[in-house]
Design a binder for this molecule. Structure first.
Ligand code: TXA
Ligand code: MG
Length: 318
C-alpha cells in the first residue's frame, strides 16, 4: 500500500493546500479523472508536473478554479462565456479563453500561448483544496504521458508513485473520461476534445452548432488529440462483435453481450460505460495470458463520442 495516499479529512486538506503553496505536487480527485496539481503562479512547481509525467514538451495545462466570480479576474470573459459557466460549472467542461493580461508567471501553464484553459471541477474535495490553497491549481491528468488517465487514488500511486507529494483519495471518479474542451476565443464554438459533457448538451444550451476541431491530429492544438494516447500495453481492436472476438483476446463488452470478461455497461448506458472505461482498460492489460483486447461497438452519441475517441486513440497502431 502506498503511504502517500491521504483520506478526505480537514487536516489532510490543510496539509495538501500547504503543500501546493510550498511548491509541491498534490494529486486530487475531480468529477472526471484525477489531476496532478500545482500552484499556477509557481513556474517551478508547474515544471515539476511535466517532469513527473514525463511529458516531452510543455503542453498547456488546465487551471482549476473554485468560483465563477474569479473567472473574469483570471481570463478574458464576455456574456457568452459567463452564461456557459453559470450553466455548466461546476462540471466536465473546460473553456479555452484569451489571457487577461500578460502575467509571465502563467507562461508555462499556457505554454506561451495567448490563451488559457480554465474549469471548475464538480468534486467537493477538489473545490475545498482550491479554496483552502487560495490559488488556481494547474493540473493535467495524474498519469505518465500517453498512459491511461487515473480514476482512483491507487491508479495515481501505480503510475506516479513517489513523484507526487500527496495523493488525496476521493474514491472513484464519477464521470471517468476527461473534460470536454471548447475554444471560446472565436465567434464560433470549436470543440478541441470530446469529453464528459456531450456536444449535444452544449448545442441545446447555446442553440448553436459546436464545430469539431479539424486540426491535424498529429500537430494538435490540444495534445489530447494525438492519435496514439491513452495506450494500454496490449494491442486493442475496436468495434468488435462478440462472434468476431479471437480466442487470445480479452473482450470488453458493451450492452447485451454474453461472453465478455468485463462489460462497460450491461444495460448499454453510456455514462456508466464512460465511468468504467479507463479502469477496465487497466484491468485488461494486467491479463497477460491474452495477446490483445477487443472492444464492442459503442454508439456515437452523447458520451459515446468521448468513449470512442479514447478507444480509437488507444487502438491506434504506431
Ligand atoms: O478532465 C480533465 O480535463 C482533467 C482533469 C484533471 O481536470 N485534466 C486533463 O488535463 O485532462 P490534460 O493536461 O491531460 O489535458 C488538457 C488538455 C491538453 O490536451 C491541452 O493541450 C489542452 O487541454 N489545453 C490546455 N490549455 C490549452 C490552451 N491554452 N489552448 C488549447 N488547448 C489547451
Ligand atoms: Mg491527460
Amino acid at each position: 500500500m502506498n503511504t502517500n495516499i491521504y483520506k478526505h479529512t480537514p487536516e489532510n486538506i490543510h496539509k495538501a493546500a500547504q503543500t501546493i503553496l510550498d511548491g509541491g505536487l498534490v494529486a486530487f480527485p475531480t468529477d472526471t479523472v484525477y489531476g496532478l496539481g500545482a500552484n499556477v503562479y509557481n513556474p517551478k512547481a508547474v515544471a515539476a508536473i511535466f517532469e513527473a509525467k514525463g511529458r516531452p514538451t510543455f503542453d498547456p495545462l488546465i487551471s482549476h478554479i473554485a468560483e465563477i466570480d474569479f473567472l473574469s479576474e483570471y481570463a478574458q470573459t464576455d456574456e457568452r462565456v459567463i452564461a456557459l459557466a453559470k450553466h455548466f460549472w461546476p462540471g466536465p467542461l473546460t473553456f479555452v479563453l484569451k489571457r487577461k493580461d500578460h502575467n509571465p508567471s502563467l507562461d508555462l501553464v499556457c505554454s506561451g500561448l495567448p490563451h488559457i484553459a480554465v474549469r471548475i471541477p464538480n468534486h467537493p474535495l477538489a473545490l475545498e483544496l482550491i479554496k483552502t490553497s487560495g490559488v488556481p491549481i494547474a493540473a493535467p491528468s495524474a498519469n505518465k504521458f500517453k498512459c491511461i488517465s487515473p480514476t482512483t487514488a491507487q491508479h495515481v500511486a501505480d503510475s506516479l508513485g513517489n513523484k507526487v507529494d500527496m495523493i488525496l483519495d476521493g474514491g472513484p471518479c464519477k464521470i471517468g473520461v476527461e473534460t470536454t474542451i471548447i475554444d471560446l476565443t472565436t465567434p464560433e464554438i470549436f470543440m478541441l476534445r470530446a469529453g464528459g459533457l456531450s456536444k449535444e448538451e452544449i448545442e441545446d444550451f447555446t442553440g448553436e452548432k459546436v464545430i469539431i476541431s479539424s486540426g491535424d491530429p498529429n500537430k494538435p492544438s490540444a495534445p489530447g488529440q494525438l492519435l496514439k494516447h491513452y495506450a494500454p500495453k496490449m494491442p486493442m481492436r475496436i468495434n468488435v462483435l462478440e462472434e468476431d472476438v479471437r480466442p487470445d483476446e480479452f473482450f470488453i463488452g458493451f450492452g447485451n453481450v454474453k461472453n465478455a470478461q468485463l462489460n462497460l455497461s450491461p444495460s448499454a448506458n453510456l455514462n456508466e460505460a464512460a465511468a468504467n472505461l479507463f479502469a477496465y482498460m487497466r484491468q485488461a492489460e494486467t491479463h497477460t495470458e491474452y495477446k490483445g483486447i477487443a472492444v464492442s461497438p459503442i454508439p456515437e452519441t452523447g458520451l459515446g463520442l468521448a468513449i470512442n475517441d479514447r478507444i480509437r486513440r488507444a487502438s491506434f497502431d504506431k
